[in-house]
Design a protein around this ligand. Sequence first.
Ligand SMILES: Nc1ncnc2c1ncn2[C@@H]1O[C@H](COP(=O)(O)OP(=O)(O)OP(=O)(O)O)[C@@H](O)[C@H]1O
Ligand SMILES: [Mg+2]
Length: 358
Amino acid sequence: MTPPAARRRPAADAASGLGAILGAIPFACAAFARGDGALVAGNQCFSEAFTALPGHRDRAQLAQALGVPADADGAEARAPHSGHWYALHWRPLTLEGQDLDLLTAVDISARLEALDTHKHQQEKLLFTSRLMSVGEMAATLAHELNQPLAAIVNYLNGSLRLVGQAGGPAQVERALIAARTQAEHAAAVISRVREFVRAREPRRDAQDVTVIANTVLELLRLEAERQQLRIDLTLSAALPAVYADKVMVEQVLLNLVKNAIEAMREIPPAQRELRIEGRVNLDDEVEVRVLDRGGGLDAAESEQLFSPFFTTKTDGLGIGLAICRSIIEYHEGRLFFEPRPGGGSVFAFTLPRAEGRL
Ligand SMILES: Nc1ncnc2c1ncn2[C@@H]1O[C@H](COP(=O)(O)OP(=O)(O)OP(=O)(O)O)[C@@H](O)[C@H]1O
Ligand SMILES: [Mg+2]
């Protein structure tokens, strides 16, 4: 029979015995001395996760490097050198007469990432459902507005005929034509909204960006005159046709140019400079760019820009860019913001060429 004294191991063995136990644990685990907080033993996962952190051999320094209080049990911390997230737990432990604190650090990065993706998907869903309720609202409005709009167009046509017969002033005739163009556009948007809500299948075919841009310029002519600004249109010669739904792309360009005009409300008229450029980019897509000299956007704003209901305007809904982006993504294109050199913003979108699509 072995005498009890022979079974008692010397204190120095505590660390190696502990090391063996920690080695069997499949996540980062380490023991620190209760008194001075010095590292006594750590397993392989602990070394892999934390040896790159200066001060990891000391409880207080390790906690500091991870940005958590040294005694916070259950804290979640991000390791600055690896970007991984850990759930940290502390448990007291007495082994071979030595008082220790055992740290477990479970890598929760994958779980957080999954949560993030989930949240993202939920946000997307929320966005879609918001868009749908906006769509339903629009459908009701469209139904109510269609009749009066048709009547407005009829009255304008009648007035135009009368002015023509009476040889009335040319300005009146021009104003009536402009009013009719606006009313017809409103009717086209509305019938498109109704179709979109009903069928959810926009009509894409070969469209000329020059025609689209000129329609938009015509719709905004009065607004631009009121703001005393000129809109320069620079489209590459022989810009190829795009594969797109005409009214939807008009809506996108209209929204971007409107935003650009609104961004320059506060600056002196002489500095208001709005350009629309069109070209074929390096990916062989047609890229349309709207450039303004407004206040531009700071980093925080540019991150939220496309979120639905983000607005900095007292009279804004914050839905314009969100809708533009979903329209462009539907068209397999991209909508993006860039700061404009010399001040202001660039909002650009791409559309695929029609060639080979029809
Ligand atoms: N050209 C621009 N220059 C500076 N800021 C801009 C520009 N375009 C958009 N923004 C910023 O992005 C925000 C969101 O734009 P968005 O078009 O989605 O909504 P909105 O213009 O505020 O309202 P609405 O729904 O009526 O269009 C704006 O409130 C503005 O802060
Ligand atoms: Mg807007």
